[in-house]
Design a protein around this ligand. Structure first.
Ligand code: G3I
Length: 338
């Protein structure tokens, strides 16, 4: 086991996640908070140094981009795509269709199903073709499964307006706009072999059977319980998705700490990040790991999970935490990806 210090010093103190990930043909990334992106040079310096993949936390969502029936605001998406291109980073477009973040004008516009169909087709076509060859992969549909019924969310605006076909339509429109982009279905709490992952598997098997162009599944992996570890179930799930021809990305990893944070909790958190990184590197179907932020200064957790926080790998002052060192060490072990 290589000691953290020597790994950190291996590159003359310049070792970083990105260099090791590159050598292993593995994507390592984070979501981006656009306020920090525009205002904080230290933030963007770490982005470019440590990661080879990015996703916008909110800038690619419908409410941010889709300003009217056929009008779009691409200011932030252009800025992030330009940054990714400049720094030779892959970028994920999150997300084209979600039951959250539906623009108010669309929800309240009393549009018919046919009108919503045409509006969504125009949105996806305009958005995806704008970044043709630049956005590597899209979360085409996000979180379509109901946690209680384990069926499709019936309360989704998209289900109500377009019926269950909204998923296959969205994937087909995105594929037509950029045939080379990887098209993902993204979900939370569906990494194991439970009811929800069973539904995801069935949904994707149906789409694939009907020749709908789906490339992969995003496992969000918001870890809310201390002591969490990967499981044999995750390996089984990865294998069966792989058999469908799908790849997997960990898309939104964060490991919450029940406040107050202590040294012990930070070390436990580091073990969880280490375990996830180890799992990803040894599971051939998993092509990359993105975290939902990299610094505790910018995380959704404190406002959405009261009493929890410090979920990321750099602290509020952008200093690496034990979790960062643990991931670096796992990446530095050097066995090439299968
Ligand atoms: O931009 C507006 C601002 O103009 C307004 O003044 C302010 C107050 O209402 O709201 C701002 O928008 C907020 C947005 O984040 C940008 O900060 C939304 O209210 C708020 O709901 C939104 O929260 C985001 C949430 O998704 C919903 O979109 C979180 O930051 C983001 O971390 C979270 O990320 C999701 C993934 O997209 C999907 N998987 C789960 C993950 C965590 O919930």
């Amino acid at each position: 086991m290589v000691a953290f210090a020597s790994v950190a010093q291996a590159g003359g103190g310049r070792s970083n996640l990105r260099d090791y990930a590159q050598k292993r043909n593995f994507l390592i990334g984070t979501c981006v908070d656009m306020r920090a992106f525009y205002k904080d040079a230290a933030y963007t310096a770490i982005l470019a140094r440590e990661f080879n993949a990015l996703v916008a936390e909110n800038a690619f969502k419908q409410k941010a981009v889709w300003t009217g029936p056929h009008t779009y605001n691409f200011k932030d998406t252009d800025a992030l795509v330009d940054f990714a291109q400049k720094h030779k980073m892959k970028i994920r477009g999150h997300c084209l269709v979600w039951h959250h973040e539906v623009p108010q004008w669309l929800k309240e516009g009393h549009y018919s199903g046919k009108e919503v169909n045409d509006l969504l087709k125009d949105y996806i076509t305009a958005f995806v073709s704008r970044y043709k060859g630049k956005v590597d992969q899209w979360d085409v549909v996000n979180e379509a499964i109901d946690d209680k019924t384990f069926g499709l969310r019936l309360d989704s605006f998209w289900f109500q307006k377009l019926g269950p076909e909204y998923l296959s339509l969205a994937f087909q429109w995105a594929h037509k706009a950029d045939p080379k982009a990887k098209l993902y279905y993204n979900e939370y709490s569906a990494e194991d072999m439970g009811k929800k992952s069973e539904t995801v598997y069935g949904l994707l098997a149906d789409l694939m059977k009907n020749k709908i162009p789906v490339s992969g599944v995003g496992w969000q992996c918001h870890i809310l319980e201390q002591g969490w570890r990967t499981s044999e179930d995750m390996t089984k799930n990865a294998k069966r998705l792989g058999k469908l021809g799908l790849e997997i990305m960990v898309t939104e990893l964060d490991v919450s700490i029940k406040l107050p944070t202590t040294k012990e909790k930070l070390l436990e958190q580091a073990q969880c990040y280490r375990d996830m990184m180890d799992f990803c590197l040894k599971t051939p179907q998993v092509k990359g790991l993105l975290m939902w932020g990299f610094t505790d200064a910018h995380s959704w957790i404190p406002s959405f999970q009261p009493g929890k926080g410090d979920a990321l790998i750099f602290d509020k002052d952008y200093q690496p935490k034990p979790a960062y060192q643990a991931m670096l060490e796992e990446l530095a072990k050097g066995k090439n990806k299968k």
